[in-house]
Design a protein around this ligand. Structure first.
Ligand code: URA
Length: 239
């Protein structure tokens, strides 16, 4: 529930001050009743009319954030750590679709569109997520093959993955590689490598479906283009 003037502002009817004037002048109805009290609350499921015309629901917005390390992927945190929402100071109440760990960086979509978020996170939707991962030790070809075939993580077996661009640092005894997975289970990439005694030292998501980080620096965000939103919707419907 939100203050009526705030709802009118979000719907693009008027500025907050003007919206207050509209309310005081008796020009606003909620579910058929004229409301003149300024503190009144409502939400977008109510039928809200101004001068007997129904207002449009809240604008749906879609952002791509290049999440830096050191932020939690929630809207508020019980330990008062910074959240990804702190990086997107926008009018709409956005939330992240899925999660990146506190120490993971990379592509994260935030929106106020619950249907879109649900569609993208549905398990049947095999959306590709591409990561650059640096792990301890030298990852053997045989290990990569096993990871790509699917790893038994106790409560589930991971879907087939792809690994490429494998680079070894023989001196420091670590490996950097690209992995593409189609799920988003808790700590998934870390657990997949931990199964083979490789600790993840650094993790970055380069791509979420058709959307990558091109042109963004850490901490930057941009609106998704309409064709990107449509493509993600289509992928989810056909996935
Ligand atoms: N896999 C992980 O282990 N962590 C992330 O943040 C994303 C994928």
């Amino acid at each position: 529930m939100e203050r009526l003037q705030k709802i009118l502002q979000k719907a693009g009817v008027a500025s907050r001050r003007k919206a207050e004037d509209l309310i005081k002048a008796g020009r606003v109805k909620v579910n058929g009743e004229v409301v003149t009290v300024l503190g009144s609350k409502a939400d977008f499921s109510d039928e809200i009319m101004v001068d007997n015309k129904k207002i449009k629901s809240e604008n749906k917005v879609y952002y791509l954030l290049y999440k830096p390390e050191g932020y939690v992927s929630t809207t508020d945190d019980q330990y008062n750590r910074l959240t990804v929402v702190d990086l997107i100071p926008v009018e709409e109440k956005v939330f992240p679709i899925g999660r990146l760990d506190y120490n993971t960086s990379g592509a994260l979509i935030l929106t106020n569109d619950g249907d879109f978020a649900n569609a993208l996170m549905h398990p049947k939707f095999k959306l590709e997520k591409q990561y650059t991962v640096k792990v301890s030790g030298l990852v053997r070809k045989e290990t990569s093959k096993l990871i790509c075939r699917g790893v038994d993580l106790g409560n589930f077996k991971t879907q087939p993955a792809k690994i490429f661009d494998v680079k070894y640092d023989d001196k420091k005894e670590n490996t950097t590689l690209t992995i593409v997975i189609t799920e988003g289970k808790y700590h998934q990439v870390k657990r997949m490598f931990a199964k083979f005694d490789h600790d993840v030292l650094r993790l970055k998501r380069d791509r979420y479906g058709c959307v990558d980080l091109k042109g963004l620096n850490k901490g930057d965000y941009r609106r998704l283009k309409i064709h990107e939103v449509k493509k993600l919707w289509n992928l989810s419907e056909n996935g």
